[in-house]
Design a protein around this ligand. Sequence first.
Ligand code: GLN
Length: 577
Amino acid sequence: MTKYIFVSGGVISGVGKGVATASIGRILKEYGFSVTAIKIDPYINCDAGTLRPTEHGEVWVTEDGGEIDQDLGNYERFLETNILKDNAITTGQVYRELIEQERRGDFLGETVSFIPHVPDEIKRRIKKASEGFDICLIEIGGTIGDYENIPFLFASRSLEAELGRENVCHIMVTYMPVPSHIDEMKTKPTQLAIKLLRENGIQPDFILCRGKHALDEPRKKKIERYANIHSDHVISMPDVIGDKTANTIYVIPLDLEKENFGEKVLTRLNLRRRKQVDWSQWSKMVRRISSPSKEINIALVGKYLDIGNFQLTDSYLSVAAALQHAGAKNDVRIKIHWVNSKDIENWKVDFKKFDGILVPGGFGNSGVEGKILAIEHARKTNTPFLGLCYGLQLAVVEFARNVCDLNANSTEINPEIEHKVIDILPDQVNVNNKGGTMRLGAYPAILMPNSRVSKIYGSEKVSERHRHRYEVNPKYHNILKEKGLIISGKSPDGKLAEFIELPNHKFFIATQAHPEFKSYPVKPAPLFDEFVKACMEKPESPQKNNPQQPQPTQNQSREIRQGTQESSHPEELKKWE
Ligand code: GLN
């Protein structure tokens, strides 16, 4: 029977429930249990697909094509397991399901009410997503006291009543402020949050106390005295980002284990560990992220970066995470420079300081010309380049314009353009609804034998996740190839360009997919791993004269970095075609 752990948040939003949930999951996995995790988002949207990245962070794409909250990305990264779209539950989904059932007449004349129908539907969804797992964590979005999460708290209590207390456990993650005028960590907001949770009928079993510093014994005792939670069950979860000794969220499972947290949770659920824990690989990864021996500079050219005075790097969370994983493997710190593509258009960016350029996914036309300029720079100066989804499409536009000499663009940007090198996918032409209708989730690609990407993946068939409506227009495949662009991966029917690469370049690879969604802390995504390796390479001999590439202008030639890779495979290309 599955055991359930509910994780709620107190005091403030953004307290770190997602990472706490993922960390607990990782600990329990290390103890030999099969673990899954569910995120409950109390908003009316049916999923995160139509949400603005600057407001909610990136949209995480699941293997089965779900567009969901970025927290589920952390679950996958920590648990190294597939989390499917059923693991994201929203208020919108619950009500939509009930209304559809009512319209079909499934309730046979019964009044459909908040209680019991809403909590019952929530419980049904939780049970479905957790089927077959030993332990299921459920993170309840929002903060205790929010009106929106009341139905979910109710459902958690009802599940506890149904399954028995030894099968359901409640953890609350709270915040311990240190007001600057008294410079002392205060427990009162946590006491009040515990009170609020109890008013909802829930007795928390553990309190995880997030704060600037570790929680000391006197404060643990204070929570014990005032809130009746044993101090052994009050666990410290200090900030790690900015902390010189760690500086990575991946240290949190190790931190929690210092307080024997996993064992305490198992005892509460009447379970016993199933295997000896081995944190050696995980600890090595943490150590390498915290104190690597080298450093490289990578430009991440985005556009969802600026909102007021804040830099919302969450918009590209998985890309940054995948770079970090590759950095850990290669023992190098990846210094990400968040380059706003609009600044490139205004010539405010000096590319010379970057060891590599990454152009991630995106939508719409703002900032696009800046991204194209960044790609042109990477191509002409032999700077390693990795393009993801829109990054591939814009690399094709750049190549079509500057190498094939075509007046080219994507029809997403300019539907009237003369050469529509990027065009809408045929099955997207008549799509009207925006939510859940892109080409979504895992699709296979066949890689060209001996191409750089097939060597990187070590296979000629790969599967990566997708989220797009546009594609490289098949009518232009031949023109692009004639001018030297290698389409090194295609959909199995041969129609869709999935990977492109340039020969005679240190690393110039782009994919229509999002490999960042399949990168794990101790197992980085292969493309990111190789991209980072290429960025680490020291400049070598001068670039070979490649007639297929444009000769740089005088100005640009000054910037040309040295070094080149052996030209890979024009012969193979012919055979493959
Ligand atoms: N806007 C492009 C498309 O829809 C790229 C999408 C993306 O980068 N995820 O095809």
